[in-house]
Structure formats: C-alpha cells, structure tokens
Design a protein around this ligand. Structure first.
Ligand code: SF4
Ligand code: SF4
Ligand code: SF4
Ligand code: FES
Length: 562
C-alpha cells in the first residue's frame, strides 16, 4: 500500500521502482534503473512503520504500508535538498537559462530556499573532458552515478573525492586510464554538474550575424529521441518537426547528417571491398565514433591501421556543403557556418581537431547535443510536438541505410548493403541483416557475399571492445569487419541524448529508427542520387590530394589528456 492505495509489485522490486511504475511522486536523484543502487542522495525518503527510510533500498513485501508525503518525510526531504543543492541555482548554467529541469522542478515543489544554506566550496576547478564535457565540483552532489556508469562502460576514469558535503567527482590518478569523451557521465548526472561544454552562445551569435549562412544538420538518432523532451513516446520520428523548428531558430539551410551517413557508407564499403579483394589490413574497424577512435588511439594503438580512413558522416557532409554545395550555389565557403546536432559529446571533440581542417576551415563549426537543441527550443518557447512537419533543403535527402546509423549494428548493416552490391552487383537483393541488430553488447555473424563468407562483429562500449580485442589477439583473422561504438545501443543511447536514457527507452528509440528504414523508398546508400552525384561526379573531378582532404582521416597514438 502507498498512501492508502494498493499497488501490485513484483518480488524484489523496490518501493521507488513501484512508485515510478505507477507515477507516484517520490523525488530521487541517485537512482537509475540500469545502475546499482547507491542510496547516496537521501531524497527518496518515505515513512514505513514510523521510520523514515530511502525508498530506493526498501524492498516491497506483502502488505507493506508506505507513506510518501507525511510532514516528517517532506521536512526531511526539504532539509536534504537544501543541503545538497545550496547555491545550485546561482551556479548552474541551465538554471540561469531558466530551464525547468527536474532539479528546478523539485526545488519549486518543495519551496526550498537554497540561499539559506551554504555548501563548502571544493576549491577544485572545473574538470574539463577535452572540448566535449565538463564536471563542476561545486554543483556535484556526490551521488556516484557518473562513476558507476563510466565504470560500466569499461573506462573507470572517474572517482569520488572529498568528504561530506564537498564530496565530488574527479578523475582517477591512474595514468593508464583516459576519458573517451562519450558523455555517459553527463547523461547520468541528476543535477547537471556533469554536462556538455555548451556551444549555444556561439551558435546564437552566428545565427544573428547577417553575413553568415548557417546550415543545420541533425544526426540520424536525434529524430527518434528528441520528442521525449516534449512529452512524446521514445521512438517517435520527429524529423519533419525538427526541420520546422530549425527554421524557426533562424537557420538558413536545413540539411541532414543522414546525407553524410550515405557518403560515409559509400566510402567505407568501397574501402572494405578493396581491403578484402586486394589484401589490406583486416579486420577493418568502423571509425565514425570518436569515442572509439580515442579508445583505439590511447588503449589500442596497435590496431590503428585497421580503422577505416573514411571520415565520419557529419564531417564528410560538412566538407561537402563548404565545397561542392558552395560551388553549386556560388557561395563563399568562408561565410558558411555548419552546426551539427548530435546525440554525442565526443563529436564536439572530433569537430575541434586540427587534422580535419580543409584550407584552414573546419568542416563543422559547432556541435550541439540533443539536450542543447532542446534548451534552445525551450528558451524560445517552441513546443516541438505541436509544430507542423516540413521538408529539409536540398542536401537532406537520405536512404534507409542512413537512418539506421544511430543504432548499434546500423553502420555495419549500411556498409554490408553497399558492399554486397559492389561484390554481387544486382544479383543479390538482400537489404536486411537482422543478425547485427539488437541490444546485445557483442553481435557476431557470417554473411555470404561475392562468393565469400564475411565474418563480422558489432560491439558497443569499451567493456565489450576489450573482450573482442582479447579474442583478436588469439585469432587475428577471426573477423573481416567490426563495428565499434562507445555508447550502449550505439548513438541512440549517446551521451548527449535526453535525460533519462535507459535500456528500455533505447530499445524503443531503436525501433523508431528501423521503422524509418522500413518505410524508406531508397534503402541503400549508393542509391541516394545526391550521394551518387557527389561521389561519382564531384569527387573524381578533384585531384587525388583534394579527394584525400575531403574524404579521409588518419589516426595517431595519444598520451593521456592529449
Ligand atoms: S566522458 Fe565517458 S569516459 Fe569520460 S568520464 Fe564521462 S563516462 Fe567516463
Ligand atoms: S557529477 Fe553528477 S553524477 Fe557525478 S557524482 Fe556529481 S552529481 Fe553525481
Ligand atoms: S556511440 Fe555515438 S554518441 Fe556515443 S560516443 Fe560514439 S558517436 Fe558519440
Ligand atoms: S534515490 Fe534513493 S537515496 Fe538517492
């Protein structure tokens, strides 16, 4: 029973889990359904048999009677909230933008005057994770969620430091461990202490500059997750609404990273076939996840020659806008600003790297996460869910193969569709490769094409990569082609996605991506007419050096924090 009402529960469930299932309001900061229970925040209090206890640790038993809103419970919650969040509003960038996040909502509901308390400052500087994310020790409530999730990803870069109210997240002194910039810590932080490094101000400044032509392009996985921030079910395709919203924000052109995904597939599938037919380094690894690239450069430099040299989708399309499209439209590339909206914090790190510069300009000028895009919409009171759908501009055309890039296995499947066409011509009409789909951390398959059996594997998170590379150490010829993503479920579960993100939510978002592919008229990257024009007409018209500059990248072993 909760507050006099009877609820059904499963054996082993906690009271908080039951409350969440039935939408009974119990505020909580340190519970996440995919992580171990730490009971650190002491906010999810309830009263049972005259005692006040944390509901995330209280297991349900037959006829348990729980009270969630007694004066005693509310008073204690209020006190704990005030202690944890003293000074929060003044320091939090989201609060300063008046975003009604869950922290603000809780503070309001409990009428907590955090100004009456002062938390001891940690005297620690902001922990910057390259240009990707940051952790503010003075906003941190020491809940341990970021530490847990980083460990679960197989990295273990974070630990808690300090004591009592000044406990905060910090980086490990272990020199053998470095951050991948995946942003999973930001996705699991309940109070915005771990967050992306915001690019909103820079993007707004460019949008206000009449001299600039500002292009927006959104990643495959944004469209099936962003609706959640506007009350929509996970997996609902919001592509058309996002295009409308981007125009309302003032973007001059609305293109799509999915177009770039078709370009990457094109380049990557050709490279795979060439390596197989001409005896290049195998297995070939995907490289469109900068979290995985950082992982290889720091932890596994031996395998760097095995990463595909194809640039990632938004970097390829960004280059296409500033060269091919600029020439078509007679526009000065220096005036073009490309803004990518990504599910990812490590894409900020990727876009800031000098190795991608072309004639001194960046293919992508700014990267916003899905959450930053939501912040910009909220600041303008734009309700995405009530907008009419619209079409994108010229370079927003894409195949179904591009749509599935956001799911673990999607990059592999897209490349296999095109590789099969390259090896078998039109004799093989196979489009779907179900064996590389799904939420399993490691997926393995044998695929027939070109009279050969291709051994392929797909893995997500460093934990699974470590397993797979151990296998490769024993048998280097175990696979021909391997897809690697740093985040669970792939980019759809990326570190820049809406909060909360859980395994259950990720599965629904993935179903949304496959549904876009199922309904697409073009299912293979090489059938996208604009990708075809770029790759078959524009690229061959350039010198070999220029082709290399636009399409290819390279890798280098890296030191810690490099
Ligand atoms: S960005 Fe990823 S690897 Fe780095 S601290 Fe956060 S969770 Fe760990
Ligand atoms: S940074 Fe956020 S997730 Fe990490 S311990 Fe602090 S409050 Fe918790
Ligand atoms: S899996 Fe996707 S979201 Fe996660 S780090 Fe890699 S590119 Fe970014
Ligand atoms: S959610 Fe229960 S103590 Fe934090």
């Amino acid at each position: 029973m909760m507050d006099g009402k009877r609820y059904e529960a499963l054996e082993g469930q906690s009271v908080l889990q039951v409350a969440l299932e039935y939408q009974v309001d119990i505020p909580h900061f340190c519970y996440h359904e995919d992580l171990p229970v730490g009971a650190n925040c002491r906010i999810c209090l309830v009263e049972v048999e005259g005692k006040v206890v944390t509901s995330c640790t209280l297991k349900v038993i037959q006829d348990l009677e729980v009270f969630t809103q007694t004066p005693r419970v509310r008073a204690l919650r209020k006190k704990n909230l005030a202690l944890l969040l003293a000074g929060h509003k003044e320091q939090c960038p989201r609060c300063q933008q008046k975003e009604l996040c869950s922290v603000m909502q809780t503070l309001r509901a409990y009428e907590v005057d955090t100004g009456r308390y002062t938390r001891p400052k940690t005297a620690c500087p902001l922990l910057r994770l390259a240009t990707a994310a940051e952790i503010d020790p003075d906003l941190c409530i020491g809940c341990n969620q970021c530490v847990e999730v980083c460990q679960k990803m197989g990295v273990g870069f974070l630990k808690l430091e300090g004591q009592g109210a000044s406990t905060h997240a910090a980086c490990t002194p272990n020199e053998k461990i470095d951050c991948l910039y995946c942003g999973q810590c930001t996705l699991h932080c309940p109070v915005g202490a771990a967050r992306e490094q915001s690019a909103i101000k820079e993007v707004e400044a460019d949008l206000e500059d009449p001299e600039k032509i500002v292009i927006a392009q959104m990643a495959p996985s944004i469209r099936c997750s962003i609706g959640e921030a506007f009350g929509q079910a996970p997996g609902r395709d919001m592509t058309g609404e996002c295009y409308t919203a981007l125009r309302l924000l003032g973007f001059d052109r609305v293109f799509d990273v999915n177009f770039g995904a078709d370009l990457t597939t094109w380049a990557e599938a050709h490279e795979l076939v060439e390596r197989i037919m001409q005896g290049g380094s195998l297995p070939m690894f995907t490289s469109c996840c900068p979290g995985w690239v950082k992982c290889a450069e720091f932890y596994y430099p031996k395998w760097l020659p095995h990463l595909t040299t194809a640039r990632s989708p938004h970097m390829l399309s960004g280059a296409a806008y500033k060269t091919w499209w600029a020439k078509k439209e007679g526009v000065d590339p220096q005036k073009i600003v490309v803004v990518s909206i990504m599910p990812c914090t490590s894409k900020k790190y990727e876009a800031s790297q000098e190795k991608f510069l072309i004639d001194g300009w960046k293919p992508v000028d700014h990267v916003l996460t899905t959450r930053e895009f939501v912040q910009m919409l909220r600041a303008r009171s734009i309700d995405l869910a009530s907008l009419k759908k619209s079409e994108g501009d010229m370079l927003s055309q894409y195949s179904g193969a591009a749509a599935i890039y956001g799911a673990s296995g999607g990059v592999m499947e897209s490349a296999l569709r095109t590789a099969m066409w390259l090896l078998d011509g039109t004799s093989m009409e196979r489009v779907m490769f179900e064996e590389v789909r799904g939420m399993k951390g490691i997926k393995k398959a044998h695929v027939q094409m070109g009279g050969k059996t291709l051994r392929v594997a797909v893995c997500a998170t460093k934990t699974n990569m470590d397993f797979l590379l151990q296998e490769l150490e024993k048998d280097p010829e175990a696979y021909h082609y391997i897809e690697v993503m740093a985040c669970p479920g792939g980019c759809i579960g990326g570190g820049g996605q809406p909060i909360p993100t859980t395994q259950r939510i990720i599965a629904k978002r993935i179903a949304g991506l496959y549904s876009i592919d199922d309904h697409a008229t073009i299912r293979r990257a090489h059938e996208n007419p604009l990708a075809k024009e770029f790759m078959e007409q524009y690229i061959p018209s350039l010198s070999a050096d220029r082709q290399q500059q636009l399409l290819s990248t390279h890798y280098q072993p890296r030191q810690r924090f490099e």
